[in-house]
Design a protein around this ligand. Structure first.
Ligand code: DGL
Length: 272
């Protein structure tokens, strides 16, 4: 089994875990959520570039993964190079699926649904310039959708108001009438794809990066075929034990504060 550490600000990385679990690769998956800092989409670039590499370097030194997945567009688009410099194992980042969206659209109009930070990043502009220069890209940034996904996984209603706002922000924007592909450029959003599809005025393609990340991980690790399994989940903030144990994680940990970010196992029954 190859050991992989999946990282996100919260539960969004579980959409990437779903793809890893479906990949048929022999992977042992640990997860770390920096949920004390959620939502990342409202943090400054400077704050994220300082925190994410330090947190991942500290957790990787303790849990010894063979590869780290930054399962967060908001962190990847600002800190991927800094995380790579801070770690001595391969790092796979997740970036907005602009390229496949541009290849799929027939109308020439693509929706980009991401966090407020990701929609305006230079990294995102570069991707659009490189792969979708001849397309129209309708961007909508939402942090409310991040909270909605967190709420849904905790058993809540997922905030229909946030879903409606995002759908209007895309389909009623100038050019939105012709939109036929939406790039989900935040890993929290695939967790809401059924709600987004149901609220959309017409069918369109909803694209995320999960499968591409899973293929990349298997390729980089030269992973053997096998049955992947999830193992530990660590949280910098409140434990999300119920959500993660429901998905098969067996060990819960609390990750202490900077700069040590010490991972301390938490008894399951005390973890809520
Ligand atoms: N899941 C993260 C992403 O892919 C960000 C959520 C947040 O704003 O914390 O962008």
């Amino acid at each position: 089994m190859k050991r992989v550490l999946v990282f996100d600000s919260g539960v969004g990385g579980l959409s990437v875990c779903d793809a890893l679990m479906a990949s048929g690769s022999a992977l042992e998956i640990d997860y770390v959520a920096d949920n004390a800092w959620l939502p990342y989409g409202l943090k400054s670039d400077v704050e994220l570039r300082a925190r994410v590499p330090a947190l991942l370097a500290a957790v990787a030194a303790q849990w010894r993964p063979e590869l780290v997945v930054i399962a967060c567009n908001t962190a990847s688009t600002i800190a991927l190079d800094a995380v790579r410099a801070a770690l001595d194992v391969p790092v796979v980042g997740v970036v907005p699926p602009i390229k496949p969206a541009a290849a799929l659209t027939r109308s020439g109009v693509i929706g980009l649904l991401a966090t407020p930070a990701t929609v305006r990043r230079a990294y995102t502009n570069d991707l659009i310039g490189q792969f979708a220069a001849d397309k129209r890209v309708v961007r909508f940034g939402s942090s409310a959708l991040v909270e909605a996904a967190e709420d849904k996984l905790r058993g809540g209603r997922g905030d229909p108001g946030a879903i409606d706002e995002a759908i209007k922000g895309l389909f009623e924007a100038p050019g939105g009438g012709a939109l036929d592909v939406v790039a989900l450029a935040c890993t929290h959003f695939p967790l809401l794809v059924d709600e987004l599809k149901a609220a959309a005025p017409r069918p369109c393609v909803w694209l995320d990066s999960g499968e591409a990340i899973a293929r990349r991980v298997a390729h980089v690790l030269i992973a053997e075929a096998g049955v992947p399994r999830v193992r530990r989940a660590g949280f910098t903030g409140m434990s999300a034990h119920a959500v993660f144990s429901g998905r098969g994680f067996t060990g819960m940990a609390h990750i202490g504060g900077a700069p040590e970010f010490l991972a301390m196992p938490v008894e399951s029954n005390a973890a809520e």
